[in-house]
Design a protein around this ligand. Sequence first.
Ligand code: PMP
Length: 326
Amino acid sequence: MTTHEQPVDSVLETIGRTPLVALQDGPEDVQCYAKLESFNPGASVKDRIGRYMIRKMLERGDVNEGGTIVEPTAGNTGIGLAISAKQLGLDAIFVVPERFSLEKQQLMAALDAEIINTPTDAGMGGAIERAHELAAELDDAVVPQQFSNPLNTEAHYATTGPEIYEALEGEVGAVVAGCGTAGTLMGIARYARERDPNTYVAAVEPEGSLYGEFLDEDREEGEYKTEGIGTHNIETNELFEPDLVDAVHAVPDREAHAELERLAREEGHLVASSAGAASVATKRVARGISEGEIDAPHETVVTVFPDSSERYLSKGIYRSFEEWEG
Ligand code: PMP
């Protein structure tokens, strides 16, 4: 796995089979690993759902060649969908709230997608509404809707989960991942729990996000700079399955930022804030296993680093915490 040594016919065939790399800062007796999703052609975890959802929607006849994908997206999903849409004969339109990073919007446009901005104040809700209006105006258009589409979770159940299992020969003690749509974590967690119901599963959100309320944890709503994970309204998330989750770790922006800087400086990982938060939570879970507070079937913890820091340079990701725009 992870190598693509044979020539392939299309960039779509280079999606997935990303490296799983040991992390160096956890407790000695518990090994942490991160799956590096920036190795995908669109440089994020979302290439996986782009390919999976579009192939399935074409197969089912939800949309046909020559039709259009319309998606409200913060960016990485747009890039992932744009790559597969074009290669599989579809047009793509993305509805993006203004606050999201400019790099992502430029990459979507380079991939021949059309971008429509909605006001930051209207949030993701405003973008979702606009996407549905647009799709209704077009002839053969579909809104994949990553926040409620089970194909999102299925993509990770079909690819990310099995890849992790294969790499660790089944010795997966705990799974930790940030939740935006929660598709990544749910897909891996479902795959892991089917193989070992005792696999420990932890979700990660920024402090200020409300995912913890799914597990009746106290949360105070607030703003956060960490991009790609978190929710202000758990009712709009249809993919998060509380039964698959043991804990939801809230990570303060400041800790996520310090960790992404440390990961670059000490371990050579050019990753963004959601990976910083995932790494902080991964070490917390590893310490819990090491100290006997968390029961896990193996002394291993696996997380996902969803994308790369290069996508956030214009927002000052490597400036000081205060100067980082988030
Ligand atoms: N990190 C980043 C940078 C993302 O773009 C996303 C997707 N919103 C995530 C993490 C979370 O992935 P998921 O939507 O599968 O929960």
